[in-house]
Design a protein around this ligand. Sequence first.
Ligand SMILES: Cc1cc2nc3c(=O)[nH]c(=O)nc-3n(C[C@H](O)[C@H](O)[C@H](O)COP(=O)(O)OP(=O)(O)OC[C@H]3O[C@@H](n4cnc5c(N)ncnc54)[C@H](O)[C@@H]3O)c2cc1C
Length: 398
Amino acid sequence: MNSDYLIIGGGIMGLAVARSLRARHKDASITLIEKESGVAHHASGRNSGVLHAGFYYAADSLKAKFCRDGNKALRAYVAEHKLRINDCGKIVVAKNEKELEALRELYRRGQANGVTLKLIDEKDLAAIEPNARTAGQAIYSPTTAVVDPIEVCNTLKREMETHGVSILTGTAYEYRFGDNGIVAGGQRFEAGMIINCAGLYADRIARDFGFCRDYGIIPFKGVYLKYEGADTPAKPCIYPVPNLRNPFLGVHFSVTVDGTVKIGPTAIPAFWRENYRGVNGFSPRDMVEILGREAMMFALNADFRSLAMSEMKKYSKHYMAQQAALMVKHLDAKRFSTWMRPGIRAQLFDKRTLKLLHDFVVEGDAKSVHVLNAVSPAFTSSFPFAEWIVSRFAPDAR
Ligand SMILES: Cc1cc2nc3c(=O)[nH]c(=O)nc-3n(C[C@H](O)[C@H](O)[C@H](O)COP(=O)(O)OP(=O)(O)OC[C@H]3O[C@@H](n4cnc5c(N)ncnc54)[C@H](O)[C@@H]3O)c2cc1C
């Protein structure tokens, strides 16, 4: 099969890239292949669904700009297609006075990035969420909202199909051949440009094209606990002040579009790429590769070691509930009894420095592009991020 553009991966990034390509190149033939039976089976359908506002990230990062603009773009998309949104806002609370400096740093980052934010005191906080607790100050983000990520991805899929994008599910990339060809699902595909948005497998596919030499993916599992009490402990999302040395935001309260309150996600190093539950998605090749990377990071990177050790404790429901209780005044901790669908982050690390990378990473040339660190908030950022990829690597029609 021949096409002008061939996208690998039917998560939010692959779909958003298809959308940007279609908007720019009206007559181009675009094919998207996805190994699962539908779109959003991995990170894009297993996340918190939070449209972040864009205040966590350093001002010069791609994340800061794309997250701020992506929040607006996805809000507009959701409104246009009449999809569900919970306009709940978000607060970031400090557990103790030592966290206030980092809280103010988040506020400064938000201001530098042009995000609407308020630095509030305990009285203002009580007016927004009487159950929230903080040590003196908190941040209020009115533009943070929650959507149903599966609904968004399925809508994008249908929209792309009506605009002539060929979406082939059950079609897994196998290997590369010739100049710009691949074999997927037993068929040969050739394309003017191949765009790899394969999430957890993006590093492996990129290496077949000569990219991603200095990086590798470490999968981090995020589990959630559902709150089943009769009360609502959090109406806006409630987040802790994160450790800014790690690329994760910490266990938080989020509220789904249907009002379910959950806490999570954790960031526990997984043993293989799709290590969701039990032996699901088990691959011996994957396990050897991933455990090797984790063992090296554990031995040589003190931040990774302390993160891994503190996150492992969160496999205990009791411990998770205790962490959540630090952010609110009242919580019936026994009501956190059900684990929800976990998600796994495709977190990139640099093999030379042994550091986890915070910003989005994209490598490519005139023939192929590889989206390598589409970690949170890539869901929020997806539309401007995809637009940037297309304008940078595929500005002219094939
Ligand atoms: C627990 C968790 C919570 C998060 N919360 C948020 C949040 O609240 N807000 C936010 O903005 N972001 C959040 N994120 C981040 C966000 O979900 C991801 O950044 C985003 O979904 C990445 O999209 P993607 O398309 O790159 O990856 P994916 O959604 O993983 O898509 C990759 C696709 O490629 C396919 N694929 C893989 N290998 C092959 C192959 N060989 N052949 C064909 N197809 C293949 C996969 O099946 C998959 O469908 C969260 C992530 C996690 C894990």
